[in-house]
Design a protein around this ligand. Sequence first.
Ligand code: SF4
Ligand code: SF4
Length: 369
Amino acid sequence: MTAMDYRAFPRGGERASVIGFGMGSIHEAKNERAIEEALEVALDAGVNFFDLAPSQAAPFAPYGRVLAPRRGGILTQMHLGAVYGANGMYGWSRDLDAVKRQFSRVLDTLETGYADFGIIHCMDEDEDFDAMWENGIWDYALSLKEQGVIRHLGFSSHNPAIARRFLDTGLVDECMFSINPAYDYSRGSYGLGRANERMDLYRACERDGIGIAVMKAFGGGQLLDAQASPFGRALTKAQCLAYALDKPGVVTVLPGFRNAADVAEALAFCDATSEERDYSAIGTFAPQEAEGRCVYCHHCQPCPAGIDVGMANKYYDLARAGDAMAAGHYRKLARRAGDCVGCGRCDGRCPFGVRQSERMREIAAYFGE
Ligand code: SF4
Ligand code: SF4
């Protein structure tokens, strides 16, 4: 039996399964019954977070049949701006009437009066953001929030600069963002922003209490295939999921499932060993900008002084990014940087070339140890 983990969204406290259900590939299921089976396998394993923006409209019907009766026990993420033409194919729109019509259809599909998370869809360019303001979509979203039709307002983006514009409003609770090692190290067409800019965004989300739902954790499947991977090496699904879940701010990861077999394969992550989750191999093929920066991967464990090196680093970075809670979390660690005996084992084990023994002195000084 799979042991699903749950993480709470900072604003509201809803507990989401760390593996949620992405919808981007479900249209590839052989028929509607196969879609229902995929959903049932996920629900039985404790998946409770469901994205509702498929690549075609056809999957909405089986989604409604399975999820509507279980509405009270699941979290839904509905999109303002994903629309479907007469042929049922996905597109996106900044036209307010089209946005309203489709949002209403999705609510009807689930026989519900609310979305747990209502997100403004696919905001990748400044023009998208500006159109959202000018066309009344932002005001519409705020009015839905006021009425309780949207419980939490969010957005989806691949671009850290646009995500920052949303964070600056102070009014969003959730961010759907593409996170994987290829994008984080500027590989692939959606890998927008440099590594530092992206990591700073994740830290800002954690600092501001904005939960991240991760899309494209497998880089659209490219990272799973040595031929297609921009690194020339394949990663496993467990490694990609662990990578995303280690990033600050991340609450859930939403792989795009095609059928029940895909669901089962991703759910194997829940029972995977720490060796199977270990993604430190990316340190051997990530570009130079990965060098010397802790990615909280835990590969340098165990520390003879008992320090959770990755967590100490994460809280340090978050505290410096202005996260008021991070210092408190750091001080609750059983062993802290001040306990470091300088043995250097972590330096030798770190695939990212972090001189962690030096950094431990820096962290201890920062926290006054
Ligand atoms: S020091 Fe290196 S091995 Fe240890 S958590 Fe950080 S990146 Fe991973
Ligand atoms: S140098 Fe410090 S943090 Fe690193 S393994 Fe040794 S005691 Fe642990």
